[in-house]
Every structure is written in structure tokens, then in C-alpha cells.
Ligand binder design. Sequence first.
Ligand code: T4K
Length: 372
Amino acid sequence: MNEPEKDAPIYVTRPLLPPLEEFLPYLRQIWDSKWLTNNGPFHHQLEQALAEYLGVRHVALFTSGTVALITALQTLRIVGEVITTPYTFVATAHSLLWNGIKPVFVDIDPVTLNLDPSRIEAAITPQTTAIMPVHCYGEPCDVARIEHIADIYGLKVIYDAAHAFGVQHEGSSVLNHGDLSVLSFHATKVFNTFEGGAIVCHDAKTKQRVDHLKNFGFVDEVTVVAPGINGKMSEINAAFGLLQLKGIDAALARRKVIAARYSSALASTPGIQCVLSADRAGANHAYFPILVQADYPLGRDELFEKMRRRNVFARRYFYPLITDFPMYRGMPSAAHANLPVARKVADQVICLPIHPELSDEQADFIAGLIAG
Ligand code: T4K
């Protein structure tokens, strides 16, 4: 096996970082203007640039995806119960608890690993006010069916689109679905601003409410209309986002190449299932999940440890399930019997390293470790 540089760790992801020199002019502008935050010029420019790049009407920047999720729920005044998936990062469900909302967990589809629309209706009660699905790994949810159910029952839909930067669905941005979508620009994401996130919305009135809520509820110097939070992205983060946007297409293209390389290298490995095909139109290849099945010679955790011993730091996203954490496990919808697909997948999944700097040799080395 052709081993890459000895002992160099290979992480599940690495942030996209343009050359430092290219960032210095942005820093100089910030220093010269002394405008550091609170809707400054870079903040404004990045909101415009992202709306254009993503093909959406309005983007409101945030300090993190989590604060954006919490604020999205506030924006639509969601209360009571919200139907969501247990197979996601814990921030999805935490955003509900932060708003005093009860999460109701529904199992996932075994193919897409997203919320299974055929199970949503059975979980609706008189207290249900919204559905919060996740485009897990950037794979679009069944948006048409979810919206159909939401329309029948008068529910709002907030997509946790933390993984779905740049994803297209049937020819346009997947972020145009639902009432709101929430992005994460954390360092580990396809597009990052170190820390950061955004709410995508479709009309100016909603954007205005989001903007008030992320600035303590201030409308003007003397008027506060809601118990808003401080969710404002700083000028440094926004400037970095503007710079990074220049390289995003090349980064997405490189991710696709790596996904294709893994897919063909692992296609004939018994007991390994690649969850997402590499040639899906409009995909962003944010993650490369595999399922380690019963006919693979090692258990999932044994393979995970074998990779770690060779300095390959893959991750078990998403294990444990959210419903295994103490603040959720006592809830009726967290019962094992309610979530058989999610449980099985959480016990089988490994996300392989994928990021623009991963070399062909590194990808082949990792695939070889799994196949061999
Ligand atoms: N909804 C969903 C579906 C999400 O996946 C997330 C976040 C959110 C909501 C919330 O969005 P944010 O509030 O975070 O914007 C990471 C991230 O912290 C988290 O953003 C992300 N999802 C989650 C899936 O992954 P960890 O604890 O696994 O990250 P960590 O620090 O172990 O990093 C993973 C690897 O990335 C490291 O082994 C090396 C590499 N790395 C990481 C950082 C932070 C770097 O190379 N440089 C870095 O600066 O949670």
C-alpha cells in the first residue's frame, strides 16, 4: 500500500484556508475603519454575496449555526412540540430545548438517513407546531413530502441545513424549501467563517425580524421589540467568508473527485456500504459516510480503531444518537423501539476524511486500510 507521509495525521476534515497574505488587505480595512462588528460593511457584503452565490432571497449572518437555529425558532414563534430527527449533531435538538420546546423524535429513512416522511404524521399531536428536519451530510430531505404534510397540518418547517451549503435540489438551491433554513459556517464545514452560521429566508419582513432578534431585539436606539440575543457575526469573520467564497467552487470540485475515488475503491469491498453515491447532481460532498455491516470482518469500532492506529481520524457522525444523551433519553419518542433505523445506522457509521486538501494518495491509503 502506498503510504502517505509517515505519521502525518489525517483528519475527518480540514478548514478551507486561503493564503494568509490574501487576508491581510481585509484586516487592514477593518483596522483603518475601526468598524469591528454590528452590521459593518463586510457583514453586509457577505450577506449579499452569499444570497447571490447560493441562489436565495435573503441571508442573515450569525455567530454560529446553533445561535441561528435558536433564533430561527424564535423568528417563527415556535412553541409546544417539534418533530425532528435523532440522527444529527446534538445542536439540532439543543436548539429546541433552549426555546423550551419539546423535541419529538421520528425515525430516519434507511436510504437517505434523513427524517422519514412516512413516519411524521403518526407523531403529530395538537401541540405540534413545526417540523425540523436535517439535510444530513448535505443530502436533501424529501422536501416535497415534508411540505405536503406541513401544509395539511398547518405546521412550519425549519430545515437544519448546516451541512447543505451549495446543495442543489431539482435545479435550484435546497435552501429555498421550508419556511427557514439554517446554515453552519463552523471551521469543519464546506464553507467556513471560523465560527458562523446563517438563516436563509424568503421575504424582507422575515429578514427584518431575524435581524432584530440577532441584535437583542433592537429596532432603533430606543426600541426593543423582542428578547433577542447577540448573534451578530463580526467583521473579521465576515471578511474571511468573502475571501473564502472565491475558492469555494474549486473546493467543491475537489471534494467530488475524492468522493468518486472512495466510491470506486470501496465498491467491491464486502460489508462496506457507501451511503451516498459520488455522482449525485448538485451534491456538495460535505461528508463521506460508510456503513460497516455484519459481513465485514471487523466490527465498526474495530475498524475505527484500526484507522486511528494508522493516524486516520475518521469520525462516527452521528453516534451516539441524540436520544442516548441524558437530557433526551427519558422522552417517550426516544425509546429504542421508536427508532430502529437510526439506532442501526448509528452503530454502523463511519465518516471518512474528506476535504479539499486530502490527496489522492491519502484517499487511496484510507480506502486500502478499509479494503485490506
Ligand atoms: N446542525 C448540524 C446538523 C450540525 O452538524 C452542526 C454542527 C450544527 C447544527 C451546529 O452548527 P455550529 O453551531 O457548530 O455552527 C464538529 C463541529 O464543531 C460542529 O460544527 C459540527 N456540526 C459537527 C458535525 O462537527 P466536533 O466536536 O466533531 O469537531 P472537532 O473539533 O472534533 O473537529 C473535527 C475535526 O476537524 C478535527 O479532528 C480536526 C478538524 N478541525 C477542527 C477544527 C475545529 C480542524 O482541522 N480545524 C479546526 O479548527 O464537532
